[in-house]
Structure formats: structure tokens, C-alpha cells
Ligand binder design. Structure first.
Ligand SMILES: Nc1nc2c(c(=O)[nH]1)N[C@H]1C(S)=C(S)[C@@H](COP(=O)(O)OP(=O)(O)OC[C@H]3O[C@@H](n4cnc5c(=O)[nH]c(N)nc54)[C@H](O)[C@@H]3O)O[C@H]1N2
Ligand SMILES: Nc1nc2c(c(=O)[nH]1)N[C@H]1C(S)=C(S)[C@@H](COP(=O)(O)OP(=O)(O)OC[C@H]3O[C@@H](n4cnc5c(=O)[nH]c(N)nc54)[C@H](O)[C@@H]3O)O[C@H]1N2
Ligand SMILES: [Mo]
Length: 770
């Protein structure tokens, strides 16, 4: 593997600032180009308002300023996509066989519109056919009755489900007898939850949005907010404008982290002024962050011992609030610089610079996303980050703290509600006391384990509450085969996607309402609640008339299934969905922090759940923050790749374009990276193109290296020279998922290693006859 350093000083692709006229133009085009311009403009104005709905885009928090327009370009795309008037109903399914639909792209499938009628797959005709809701519920009950064990059921959740839906779903699953709750979080921030809980005693970020107004330095690791959390750019811009420093760690030069122009700021737009977004932009090699952070700690120790002021560490915090720091610092001292520089790909000077910024700052916030969580050694990397933040006492202090920036808009809330395959005994005890039935104690399956269970025949029924399990999961061929082994697959969804086409022996599509839709129930229109990355819980109310009366809300669908399977036990399922306050009452009685839930959500902006670590109350063994010491890994790749390495091997990360929401593809452009009209591209250092004997623009095939005898290859990707460290490449998810081996996952997190796959390239042989 080559680790030659080439100049990657700036992004070549897009010269304009992020946001700006490009964002405004794109928002307008997406709005006017949809089937429903007026309806969609109405919905945008209601996004994130106290009496409107929570943006189904990302999980970034909301400022409390009333009546401010609170959507971003990509939030607008998400709203627009859901609010289409195009429909996928019985007529649509009557036209096409599954074999034909399987040949279509992900973009085509979702673009067809909203799912409007419950459907059942008919093997004979190879088509979906309409079914009544009651028949659908009855069919699920029939299948579940015939299971040998409740653990043959997998209940997947994607992170858009509301607190109310998630709570009912977990209660249904556990009352049926299983903790099998694989969720999108298993493929996303699982390592964050694991590392935070094992260090500071709570698996959530310790900061609130107000802390960003006080921080004097913000470190952003492995995250592309310009595309995935655009409202965060606004927060970062304000910080820069008042003199705070921002340090970026990202192998790619991401435009949003270089320059930003606020599309809702008339002065900036008219004068074409943009804010330079960072004080230091470091590009470590993929997977090199743990080494880079260790380097900063080593550098800080050196600065500290040379300082006339004595220690530069927050010794009082370390003594009073941490355990294990001495051992960690000893491990750092013993790690040679050579290894740190080799694994991080950074120079000593770069690391020293970042360390100086850290030590000069009084209040530091660190944020991170998938660039840190989707690695083999993610938990160790996050422990390292927490240790380094603890050195300066940067946990549990205003203006300072840890901030995993979540993905789906309610993924954090779903976990709080009990969507967790490894629930605590305490939680299960509370449920037992409340509902007077035994809860299953055996831990359940994560996403990867669910696929393994389907493969081995251990799972017979799969139900997906949202999401696109077939396309979002690793090892596409393996996952698809696993799903097809099920007796029944059920997808509760808003839009048609790949997962509807990969059926078990029997299959159902259950169409549901989305965040923007009015949810009318027996006792009137309903609101739901969500929790953002900052542990703020607030209500969300749909404002648009649903485009079909056949669609049902997620809580109603879950109640319908539960009622068919369990009858009236342990609750009257059909009754609690007449008015969701009844569900919130159950939540109030069983989930810590939710007492008086119904009255608390009446406050505009919602309420704060609190965070024990923020209060320096460490819910750990020993009552202090635990400082974990790990050696730097020998290789950032798991053994099954590490042993196959040769000098032409590259490390691939799979990421999002600007025109997608996970597996939902809105368009074929990636504006900030200069890509137009295509997705099958491979970002690569120009020196690697040359070294490997290719030319820019050439098509290549990509094959992963994994020692299990299986071939994983995708074909025909265009080489695009880009500012990325030599030896590293990047391409879009989900096209690259066939390359991620199912058993290539993080230690303790079991998260697929979507950001580090060893691959080799070969020239693509076109079949075209000229
Ligand atoms: N518009 C839009 N918004 C979204 C989503 C979407 O698809 N579209 N998805 C939502 C979801 S579920 C999530 S989880 C978040 C995802 O938000 P991000 O984590 O920002 O998403 P990715 O595109 O995976 O980007 C990963 C970033 O990490 C960098 N990176 C990769 N490997 C490494 C590494 O080893 N070290 C470091 N330091 N950096 C690395 C990449 O260059 C890239 O900038 O966004 C959420 N918001
Ligand atoms: N290679 C690779 N793989 C990855 C990742 C990566 O970076 N690289 N990222 C991972 C991450 S971070 C995540 S979070 C997962 C995402 O995995 P998922 O959450 O499973 O996937 P999405 O693409 O977000 O799901 C989109 C589908 O959700 C449905 N949907 C949308 N809104 C609603 C709603 O309100 N209710 C219901 N019931 N359904 C709705 C629509 O039918 C839509 O087709 O993918 C993971 N997979
Ligand atoms: Mo995610």
C-alpha cells in the first residue's frame, strides 16, 4: 500500500462557497420541479416551527428564535421528496413485475411517488397485489403464530420513526418475547454510544446548541456538514465570526468546511461574501484519527513539561473526575512518533499545530460522525478522543463537550424509547412492573447479527419500520440472499425502494404517513415527538393532507399488528392510538426523564432531557469517567484484509453525495465535489492514478480483498482525480455496499466498516461492440 504524501491543499472541484447562490438555486429548482410546488412551499415554511413538523432531514438541533425560516437546502429536498403528489398504488404494481422493477435504479424506484395501498406479493404473477389492512395484519399474526421461538422475528427500525411509534414497536416485540431490534444505528453511531457509555456512563453527546455559542475552539472529525447537516454550518459560521477556532480532520477537502455563504443572509448573498470556515484543515489518512489524536496528546505532554506555567492539563479535573489517566498517558509515551505519523499520514508539525490550538483554548467542543464510527477500531478511536478531551477538562463544562452528530432525525429518540437489542435489566424491570408480564432477558440481534440469523435459518420473519434494509446493509448479495430466506418480509414505508423487491417467501408493503402529513385519528389530529442530537425533545405536527386515505400512521400500523398477534395484551393497542397522549402517558411512566411528558411538550422548542456526564455525574463503575488505554492497531484493516495487502491495494471509504439521503437518491449531482449527472465515480489521488497506470476519467472495476473465498466486485466506475491522501479512495454509498463484507465490522460496535475497505482496481472491459 502506498502512503506517499502529495499536495492536497485545496478542493479542485467547486470554487464557489458552500451554501450561497448554488444552494438557493438548487432549492428552488427542486421545489418548482416537483409535482406540488405550492404545497411544498407551504410545508417548507412549517419546517421546524413550533407548530409545524420536525425536519425529516438530519438530527441537528434548532435555534429557539421564533418564526425564523429554519430549513436548509437538503432539508428542503427531504420535505419535497415526501410531499410529492405522485402515487404508487395498485395500478402501478399491476403494470410491473418484480423482475422488471429489480432492473430499475434506486432513483427510479423512489421517484415513482408515495406508496398508497397495502400490497402482498404474489409469486405466480411476480407482482404485488392489493390486500386489505385487516388481511395484512392477519397474515402477519398467522406467520408469527407458527414460529418455534419469538427470536425468529427481527424488528428493524430506521431513525425516522417517532418516539410514539418506536415505543409501541418495542413494547410489541418484547411482549411477543424478543429483543431482536436491529436498527440503522447499528450501522451508524453505534460506536459512539458504546464508547461514551463505557467511558462517561451515558451514550449521548454532552453539549447543547447553546454551548456552541460559548466554545472557543471546535474540532470537527470525520463529518461533512455542508451536505449532511447544513444547519450546522450556520452554527460554525457564527463561531468563526466571533473569533472561535475551528479545526477539521477529514481526508477529503469538503467545500462546506472551507467556505460558506448563508443562503438566508441577504447581505452575504448580495455582496457575495463568504466565511472561511476553518483555522486549520488536516487531512489524515482514512482510519488515522486515533493515531492523530494520540499524537496531539503526546505533543501536549511535551508542551506541558516544557511550560514554565507547569502542567497545561486540567489536573483538578483529572484527579477528581477520572480513573485510569496515568496508565493512558504511559501508553501514549510508549507509542513511538514513527507509528503515529505513519498511521495518521500527518506531519509532526501539523499535529503540533492542532495540539497548540487545543491547549490554548479554554473551552473545546469536539463533534464527529461517520468518518470516526464506521471503522474496525472505532470504539478505540472514540475512547482516545474522550481521553484527550478529558485532559483539558473539556467534558461537563459550559461551552465544552462531546458531540456525536446523529444521522436520522429521530435515531437518538428511538434508542431512548427502547429500540435497543441490548436493553438494560433496569429498563426491562420497569416494563415488567408497569405491564405485569415477563420481558425477554436474552439480548437480541444487531443489524449484522440479524442478517447472519436469516442466513442460518434462525430468522423467519422480518419487519422493517421504515428504512431500506436491503440497500443500506453491507454485502448486498449476502444480505439479499438472507432476506429471501425469510418466510415473510414486511416493509412499513413511505416510498418504494429496493427492500420491497427483495422478498421473503411471502411479502407485504404497508404504506404509512410521513412527518409532513396530517395524522387524523379518532380523537382528532395527532402530533408526535422526536429527540435531536442535543437531547431536546419536542413535538412535530404534519400540515399536509395525505394524498390517499388508505395510508396509515406508524403507531396505528404497529397497534394493528400487535392487536392481531397479542389481542388486548398487555395494553389495549387500538385504544392508545386514538389519541397519542395515551402512548406518551406510558412513556412518562416507564422512561426516565419523561415525567409529565404531555405537558412538557407544550413548551415551544420542547424540553431538555438532561445528561448526567454534563453534570459531571459519572454513572460508571467507580463513579468517575473511565480512561481506556488501547494500543494503536497494527493495521486499520481487519485481519481478513490485512493479510492480503500488497502495494496496489487502496483503502476505500463509502460516503454520501450532496443529492441523496442515505439510499434515497434525489439527483445525480454532487455539486460541492464537482460531479454532474453521474454517481458511479471513484475519487482518487492523481498520483495514484499515475502510479497504478490508469488515466483520469478511465473506467475501472473495484474488487475487495477479504479472505473468505467470495468475490465482491462492482464494475465501471470513473476515476476522478481529487484531493485525498495517496492510498485512499472514496465512492458513493449504497452503490459500493456489495464491497463491504458482512463480517467486516467494528470491535464491540459491530458496525460495518463502511469507511475502510481494502480494494484493488482493474481496468474495466466494456462490452460495447464498436
Ligand atoms: N442530505 C443528507 N443529510 C444526511 C444524510 C444524507 O444521506 N443526506 N444522512 C444522515 C445520516 S443517517 C447520517 S449518519 C449523517 C452522516 O453524516 P456524515 O458522517 O457527514 O456522512 P458521510 O457522507 O458518510 O461523510 C463522512 C465524512 O467523513 C469523512 N471521512 C471518511 N473516513 C474518514 C476517516 O477515517 N477519518 C476522518 N477524519 N474523516 C473521514 C469523509 O471524507 C466525509 O467527509 O448524515 C445525516 N444527514
Ligand atoms: N456503505 C455504507 N453503508 C451505509 C452507510 C455508509 O456510510 N456507507 N451508512 C449507514 C447509516 S449511517 C445509516 S443511518 C443506514 C441508513 O439505513 P436506513 O435508515 O435503513 O435507510 P434510508 O435510506 O434512510 O431509508 C429510506 C427509506 O425509508 C422510508 N421512509 C422514509 N421516511 C419514512 C417515514 O417517515 N416512515 C417510514 N416508515 N418509512 C420512511 C422510505 O421508504 C425510504 O425508501 O445506512 C447505513 N449504510
Ligand atoms: Mo446514519
Amino acid at each position: 500500500m502506498s502512503d506517499k504524501k502529495t499536495d492536497i491543499s485545496t478542493s479542485p472541484a467547486y470554487k464557489a462557497p458552500a451554501g450561497g447562490w448554488g444552494a438557493l438555486e438548487s432549492t428552488t429548482r427542486h421545489l418548482l420541479g416537483s409535482k406540488n410546488a405550492v404545497k411544498n412551499i407551504k410545508s417548507l415554511l412549517n419546517t421546524n416551527q413550533s407548530d409545524g413538523f420536525d425536519c425529516p432531514g438530519c438530527a441537528w438541533g434548532e435555534e429557539k428564535t421564533p418564526n425564523k425560516i429554519k430549513f436548509c437546502e437538503n432539508g428542503a429536498k427531504a420535505v419535497n421528496w415526501e410531499a410529492t403528489s405522485k402515487q404508487v398504488g395498485a395500478d402501478f404494481f399491476n403494470q410491473y413485475t418484480l423482475s422488471w422493477l429489480k432492473e430499475q435504479s434506486n432513483y427510479y424506484l423512489e421517484y415513482q411517488g408515495r406508496l398508497t395501498h397495502p400490497m402482498r406479493y404474489n409469486k405466480e404473477s411476480d407482482k404485488y397485489q392489493p390486500i386489505s389492512w385487516d388481511e395484512a395484519y392477519g397474515l402477519i399474526a398467522e406467520h408469527l403464530k407458527h414460529l418455534d421461538h419469538p427470536d425468529q422475528l427481527e424488528l428493524y427500525t430506521s431513525g425516522r420513526a417517532s418516539n410514539e411509534a418506536a415505543y409501541l414497536y418495542q413494547l410489541f416485540g418484547r411482549s411477543f418475547g424478543t429483543n431482536n431490534f436491529p436498527d440503522c444505528s447499528n450501522m451508524c453511531h453505534e460506536a459512539s454510544g458504546f464508547a461514551l457509555t463505557s467511558s462517561i456512563g451515558i451514550g449521548k453527546g454532552t453539549v447543547t446548541l447553546e454551548d456552541f455559542e460559548e466554545a472557543d475552539t471546535i474540532f470537527v472529525f470525520g463529518q461533512n456538514p455542508g451536505t449532511n447537516h447544513p444547519r450546522m454550518l450556520d452554527t460554525l459560521r457564527s463561531a468563526i465570526k466571533r473569533g472561535a477556532k475551528i479545526v477539521i480532520f477529514n481526508p477529503l477537502k469538503e467545500r462546506g468546511l472551507e467556505k460558506f455563504q448563508h443562503p438566508q443572509n441577504p447581505v452575504e448573498m448580495l455582496t457575495n461574501n463568504a466565511t472561511t470556515m476553518n483555522s486549520l484543515y488536516l487531512s489524515p489518512k482514512i482510519g488515522g484519527d486515533m493515531a492523530a489524536i494520540r499524537g496531539m496528546t503526546k505533543s501536549i505532554l511535551k508542551l506541558s513539561s516544557a511550560s514554565k506555567l507547569g502542567t497545561l492539563l486540567d489536573q483538578a479535573f483529572i484527579n477528581e473526575h477520572t480513573q485510569g489517566m496515568d496508565e493512558y498517558l504511559q501508553t501514549v509515551k510508549e507509542t513511538p512518533w514513527e507509528k503515529i505519523l505513519d498511521q495518521s499520514g500527518l506531519t509532526r508539525d501539523e499535529i503540533d499545530k492542532a495540539a497548540s490550538i487545543y491547549i490554548e483554548a479554554d473551552k473545546v467542543i469536539s463533534t464527529w460522525a461517520m468518518g470516526l464510527t464506521q471503522h474496525h477500531h472505532s470504539v478505540a478511536t472514540l475512547h482516545e478522543l474522550i481521553n484527550w478531551m478529558a485532559l483539558g477538562g473539556n467534558i461537563g463544562r459550559p461551552g465544552a463537550g462531546l458531540c456525536p452528530v446523529r444521522g436520522h432525525s429521530n435515531v437518538q429518540g428511538d434508542r431512548t424509547m427502547g429500540i435497543n437489542e441490548r436493553p438494560s435489566d433496569q429498563f426491562l424491570d420497569t416494563l415488567e412492573t408497569q405491564f405485569k408480564i415477563a420481558m425477554p432477558r436474552q439480548h437480541g440481534h444487531s443489524a449484522v447479527e440479524a442478517i447472519e440469523a436469516m442466513q442460518s435459518g434462525g430468522c423467519k420473519v422480518f419487519i422493517g419500520l421504515g428504512g431500506n434494509f436491503a440497500a443500506a446493509s453491507p454485502d448486498t448479495a449476502v444480505t439479499e440472499h438472507a432476506l429471501s430466506q425469510c418466510d415473510l418480509t414486511v416493509q412499513i414505508s413511505t416510498k418504494l425502494n429496493r427492500s420491497h423487491l427483495i422478498t421473503g417467501k411471502d411479502a407485504l408493503i404497508l404504506p404509512c404517513l410521513g412527518r409532513t402529513d396530517i395524522d387524523q385519528q379518532a380523537k382528532g389530529p395527532q402530533k408526535i415527538t422526536v429527540e435531536d442530537s442535543f437531547s431536546m425533545v419536542h413535538a412535530s405536527t404534519g400540515v399536509l393532507e395525505p394524498s390517499s386515505t388508505e395510508m396509515r400512521s406508524e403507531p396505528v400500523i404497529i397497534a394493528g399488528i400487535a392487536n392481531a398477534v397479542l389481542g388486548n395484551k398487555p395494553i389495549d393497542w387500538l385504544k392508545v392510538v386514538e389519541d397519542y397522549s395515551a402512548i406518551r402517558e406510558l412513556i412518562a411512566q416507564t422512561i426516565p426523564g419523561f415525567s409529565e411528558f404531555n405537558s412538557k411538550i407544550e413548551q415551544p422548542g420542547g424540553f431538555y432531557l438532561g445528561n448526567t456526564a454534563r453534570d459531571r455525574n459519572w454513572v460508571t463503575q467507580g463513579g468517575k469517567a473511565i480512561i481506556h488505554s488501547h494500543p494503536l492497531p497494527d493495521s486499520i484493516l481487519p485481519d481478513k484484509s490485512a493479510k492480503l495487502l500488497h502495494e496496489k491495494v487502496l483503502v476505500l471509504q463509502t460516503l454520501r453525495s450532496h443529492d441523496q439521503y442515505n439510499t434515497t437518491i434525489y439527483g445525480m449531482n454532487d455539486r460541492y465535489r464537482g460531479i454532474k449527472g453521474e454517481r458511479d465515480v471513484l475519487f482518487i489521488n492523481p498520483a495514484d492514478i499515475q502510479r497504478l497506470g490508469f488515466t483520469e476519467g478511465q473506467l475501472v472495476d473495484i474488487k475487495s480483498l477479504w479472505d473468505d473465498g467470495r468475490t465482491r466486485e462492482i464494475k465501471g466506475f470513473k476515476l476522478v482525480g481529487y484531493s485525498i491522501p495517496a492510498g485512499n479512495i472514496a465512492a458513493y454509498y449504497p452503490e459500493t455496499n456489495p464491497l463491504v463484507p458482512l463480517d467486516s465490522y467494528g470491535v464491540d460496535s459491530r458496525t460495518p466498516t463502511s469507511k475502510a475497505i481494502a480494494v484493488e482496481l482493474s481496468s474495466h472491459q466494456t462490452n460495447r461492440i464498436l
